[in-house]
Design a binder for this molecule. Structure first.
Ligand code: NAP
Length: 247
């Protein structure tokens, strides 16, 4: 899968899955705009690993929930890189709790980052992709967006919303040579899952036929494939990377 000369924008690329996706794309020759929320040191570390692979990379601090901020971000990336070929909407947060206990802000914040953030980025790149008559949009959803999860009504709703967003954008842009797909990871090792209580981790692992947590690279491999030429006839799909957890 050769991505030489392509430019990818990966949100939430300072850490975890986003960093692995950025590295996977850079390893195939793509230049990468690294978008992050506040962890500048981690974002710069990602950029350094990408530059070491011989591609161009730059970090952009931007809250994807902001409509105007993401508009400016997209303009900056296009000015810096000369265009965008691949958008990976990966930035995401959790604010868990039973719905009974969830605060209104916990619901709103998770929807704003995980779902509206992806809409914002897609909307601001929509015309750019249409004019080029090519583009790849990859949304990182979650298996809990398909199954639901007690204690994650906000997060599951945001991830289910991403599935609807993915299929709608896929339908709108298919005739323009632009694909839009979603990856639904299961239980993947990252800061997000490190924060879970040990008992919860054990309970989830017991449901994974593969018998292990996934690695960020397991997700990155699929993102790289979906970004490439060979995946040009795949659109509107939601593909699980979960070791068989939700089959
Ligand atoms: P993570 O380690 O917590 O990293 C989250 C990333 O998102 C960071 O780069 C963070 O930037 C960025 N981010 C958070 N809020 C943002 C905002 N408002 N604007 C811009 N960037 C923002 O998470 P992860 O585990 O890698 O998860 C990545 C994605 O995969 C998320 O969408 C998550 O829901 C999804 N996912 C993960 C798993 C899993 O098991 N890990 C499973 C299913 C789905 P800073 O570093 O600056 O904070």
């Amino acid at each position: 899968m050769d991505l030489t000369g392509k430019t990818a924008v990966v949100t939430g690329a300072s850490r975890g899955l986003g960093r692995a996706i950025a590295q996977g794309m850079a390893a195939r020759g793509a230049n990468v705009a690294v978008v992050y929320a506040g962890n500048t040191a981690a974002a710069q570390q990602t950029v350094a690993t990408l530059e070491a692979l011989g591609v161009k990379s730059k970090a952009y601090q931007c809250d994807v929930a902001g409509f105007d901020a993401t508009k400016q971000l997209v303009a900056d990336v296009i000015a810096d890189f000369g265009g965008v070929d691949i958008l990976v909407n990966n930035a995401g947060i959790v604010k868990d709790g039973l719905a009974l206990m969830l605060k209104e802000a916990d619901f709103d914040d998770v929807i704003a980052t995980n779902l509206k953030g992806a809409f914002n980025m897609t909307k601001h790149l929509y015309q750019h992709f249409m004019r080029k008559r090519s583009g790849r949009i990859i949304n990182i959803t979650s298996v809990v967006g398909l199954s639901g999860n007690a204690g994650q009504a906000n997060y599951s709703a945001s991830k289910a919303g991403l599935v609807g967003l993915t299929k709608s954008i896929a339908r709108e842009l298919a005739g323009r040579g632009v694909t839009c797909n979603a990856i639904a990871p299961g239980y993947i090792e990252s800061d997000m899952t490190d924060a879970m209580p040990e008992k919860a981790k054990e309970a989830i692992l017991a449901q994974v036929p593969a018998g292990r947590m996934g690695q960020p690279e397991d997700v990155a491999a699929l993102a790289v494939f979906l970004a490439g030429e060979a995946a040009g006839y795949i659109t509107g799909e939601v593909i699980r990377v979960d070791g068989g957890m939700c089959m």
